[in-house]
Design a protein. Structure first.
Ligand SMILES: Cc1cc2nc3c(=O)[nH]c(=O)nc-3n(C[C@H](O)[C@H](O)[C@H](O)COP(=O)(O)O)c2cc1C
Length: 205
């Protein structure tokens, strides 16, 4: 076994700084959406569900994504304000798992992000009853056309109240990196609450 494989290549440093470093590399190497992450939620009965969303802000305060609060995920979040996030950057053969409680972003934050998007994205999301049955795809296009007429270029498209964001405050962040012979390298950081010190340990792969 080569000597370099005997030591972890994941430093026991600040996990937010480590996230930043890996994310910066992913932005260079991923063909698209390096900020795409799987978001796992669960019903109060413990039935899980998972889907992709985009990371739209992050830092020591947490990891932020935007969505429709009346969607399937929104209902699960409303009933159980906890979630897990997963990044898998295939080109780097790396994975990051993040777990913790959720809080809704402020209206001001949601407004600012909503209005930073292109007009067509704002209209597409305002016209969507996300996750509810759609009898015909043409019905959605009709709604989009109605909103385009109601809000011509130069007017502000109001953010629907249910279109909002959530911030996951991590209590656990785990880094995984592919190593030769499937002797992969994992380091898990945990803390008991926001602002508390992180502990870390290597894990068997
Ligand atoms: C790469 C990718 C990024 C996505 N980003 C978002 C997002 O940021 N917000 C969102 O609501 N849905 C996003 N979606 C769509 C979701 O995966 C999902 O279809 C939708 O949110 C409905 O999920 P739900 O029925 O579990 O609520 C994305 C899908 C993909 C494949």
């Amino acid at each position: 076994m080569p000597v370099e494989n005997e030591q972890s290549v994941i430093p026991a440093s600040d996990p937010f700084a480590l996230f930043d470093a890996w994310f910066a590399e992913a932005k260079q190497s991923e063909p698209n959406d390096p900020n795409a992450m799987a978001l796992a939620t669960a019903t109060p009965e413990g039935a899980p569900s998972v889907r992709m969303v985009l990371l739209k802000g992050h830092g020591p305060g947490g990891f932020v994504f935007y969505t429709n609060a009346l969607s399937r995920k929104g209902g699960e979040i409303h009933a159980n304000m906890q979630a897990a996030l997963l990044f898998h950057w295939k080109s780097l053969r790396r994975q990051i798992r993040i777990e913790g409680p959720l809080t809704q972003v402020t209206d001001a934050e949601a407004d600012a992000y909503f209005h930073s998007r292109g007009r067509s994205s704002q209209i597409a999301s305002a016209a969507s009853d996300q996750s509810r049955p759609l009898p015909h795809r043409a019905d959605y296009f009709e709604r989009v056309a109605t909103l385009e007429e109601r809000y011509p270029e130069g007017t502000e498209i109001p953010r629907p109240q249910e279109w909002t964001g959530f911030r996951l405050t991590p209590l656990a962040i785990e880094f995984w990196i592919d190593r030769p012979a499937r002797m992969h390298d994992r380091r898990r950081f945990t803390r008991s609450g926001e602002g508390e010190a992180w502990s870390d340990t290597l894990l068997f792969p």
